[in-house]
Design a protein around this ligand. Structure first.
Ligand code: ACM
Length: 540
């Protein structure tokens, strides 16, 4: 097949990505109408495709100017045909079948056949746990990775390279062109998370799965779920059943219902995320932010009187009774049960804004808590305030408050790794601008550029690249009550934060990102994501 390279613009040489890797931002190819009919996987005359417009920006892209159009006969070949890789193949098929209407059989194949999409961990590109190589030739597509997680990330790239119509839920006319060339990619940071507060407002299993699917598209790999707060306790704990029966009966605004996950429902969420190579990080916030527990069990209060359920939005008024005899048992039981439900390595214990716990009690609580988390087999994560107490080796500290940089610096001095969620960049509950109906403003307005245009390694003095595990966006839900609310606050800002976490140091470029995310407008629309249509982005 003869193709004409129509526009090939090498916009940037990646300064930070070693080995002189290059990136192309725009690379379009168009078939030559005089010859394409003779080729087996040629595209109709006038078809164009690009290897640009990826979010997050990959490490390296090379373009060779041809086109491959996915034929109706295409299969998805996995090599080796393990149950795990066959499941990854089925994930891809499930995303390509509705719009193409193609059968897209998923099968093991050790000998590649032309015209197919091949997913393989055999020809290992050596790009770590989540890295991948993606090659499009005139004869087909190959995604290769050392690990299945890398294939999952490469599949998101493949989806973004196909026309936006690929995200439609019903058959579309096609064609399904891909520009020939290759993408080589791996993340800058191991931790690229998003937190959802299901305590202020509760979200159904279906809503949570929907959100997990949406964040997978941007290569997010941690789903931190804020399970408990003053307003709600959202996970059934078998040994303390009133936590959910009472503490999970209401939410901000005062609605009542079964506002908690059974253990089977929570396990379903964990498995759904795991199938997308996203690890669930459960948080039980203590010793403050604990009114739902204090309302459920009188004995967790120093005066042995249960508090009233709370449906407002104040913070800092509640504390577990640190000296009360059942408190350590309660913590051990609750953390033990959630640890057993969560295969990931981490337990988040909150620790923020414990304004009703004395400093001495707070320090004593942390001394009790750290061995309990270790006994559950997990690594402890806490909000930055925990760094004011002695941390055991391996503790991870999550920075959040832009007005408090002392805590994260104390964490680094204790050799803790840090996750950066500065509220003035990464809090998805901040308003975008003065016209945003939902959200809060205590950390300022966070528009798309504010969320995107920063480098974690230079954001905070005393906190450098080697201290940073990664970045995490956080969506608190005082004002957020529906999946539509989640979408409008998360998108597009979460895509920008995902790029901050994934793309090479030195590649952060607002002018480039602004155009690439603009090209995602039709993708988000076709996927049915109700994103914030800010006038700052020239949406396509
Ligand atoms: C927080 O926003 N209180 C972690």
């Amino acid at each position: 097949m003869r193709t004409v390279l129509q526009s090939f613009v090498l916009l940037a040489v990646c300064a930070g990505c070693g080995g002189g890797a290059t990136r192309t931002e725009t690379a379009d190819a168009t078939t030559d109408p005089t010859t394409d009919a003779a080729t087996p996987y040629g595209c109709p005359a006038g078809t164009t495709a690009t290897l640009g417009n990826l979010v997050p920006l990959p490490v390296a892209v090379t373009v060779d100017g041809g086109l491959f159009c996915l034929p109706a006969t295409a299969a998805i070949e996995v090599d080796p045909p393990t149950p795990e890789l066959l499941a990854v193949g089925q994930y891809l098929a499930a995303h390509l079948r509705p719009a193409t209407g193609f059968a897209l059989e998923v099968r093991g194949a050790t000998t590649p056949q032309p015209g197919n999409i091949r997913l393989t961990t055999v020809t290992e590109p050596g790009l770590g746990e989540e890295g991948y190589g993606l090659t499009v030739s005139a004869g087909g597509v190959t995604v290769s990775a050392a690990q299945p997680a890398g294939l999952m990330r490469g599949i998101q790239t493949l989806r973004q390279l196909l026309p936006a119509a690929i995200e439609a839920a019903t058959p579309q006319p096609g064609p399904w062109p891909l520009a020939t060339g290759s993408v080589t990619d791996q993340p800058r940071f191991a931790w690229r998370g998003v937190m959802l507060d299901v305590a202020r407002h509760f979200f159904s299993v279906a809503d949570v799965k929907h959100f997990i699917d949406e964040v997978a598209y941007y290569k997010i790999n941690r789903f931190h779920v804020h399970l408990t707060d003053d307003q709600g306790w959202r996970l059934a704990i078998t040994s303390w059943p009133q936590l959910s029966a009472i503490g999970g009966s209401t939410e901000v605004g005062g609605a009542t219902g079964k506002f908690f996950y059974s253990q089977a429902e929570f396990a379903d969420i964990v498995a759904y995320a795991a199938a997308r190579y996203i690890t669930v990080v459960p948080e039980m916030d203590m010793p403050g932010h604990s009114n739902a527990a204090l309302a459920s069990y009188a004995e967790l209060n120093c005066d042995h009187t249960a508090t009233a359920l709370y449906t407002g939005t104040n913070v800092g008024f509640s504390s577990l009774c640190i000296d009360a005899s059942p408190t350590a048992q309660f913590v051990s039981d609750a953390l033990g049960e959630v640890a057993a439900l969560t295969p990931g390595m981490w337990l988040h214990i909150g620790g923020d804004e414990a304004k009703s716990t004395s400093a001495a009690d707070y320090a004593a609580f942390m001394q009790t808590l750290q061995p309990l988390v270790a006994a559950s087999g997990k690594m402890l994560i806490g909000w930055a305030e925990i760094a004011h107490t002695p941390l055991k080796a391996g503790a991870i500290v999550q920075h959040w408050n832009p007005y408090d940089t002392t805590s994260v610096q104390l964490a680094v001095q204790q050799h803790a790794k840090v996750i950066l969620s500065p509220a003035n960049r990464a809090y998805l509950d901040m308003k975008y601008d003065g016209d945003t109906p939902l959200g809060l403003v205590w950390a300022g307005l966070v528009d798309e550029q504010q969320a995107y245009a920063w480098d974690p390694a230079t954001e905070l003095s005393g906190v450098g690249e080697s201290d940073i595990l990664g970045v995490e966006a956080a969506l608190w839900t005082e004002t957020i009550a529906t999946i539509a609310d989640i979408e409008v606050m998360a998108f597009p800002r979460l895509a920008g934060l995902a790029e901050v976490g994934w793309s090479p140091a030195g590649s952060n470029d607002w002018a480039s990102y602004r155009l690439r995310i603009a090209a995602h407008g039709p993708r988000l629309t076709t996927k049915g994501v109700g994103f914030y249509r800010s006038t700052r982005i020239p949406w396509q």
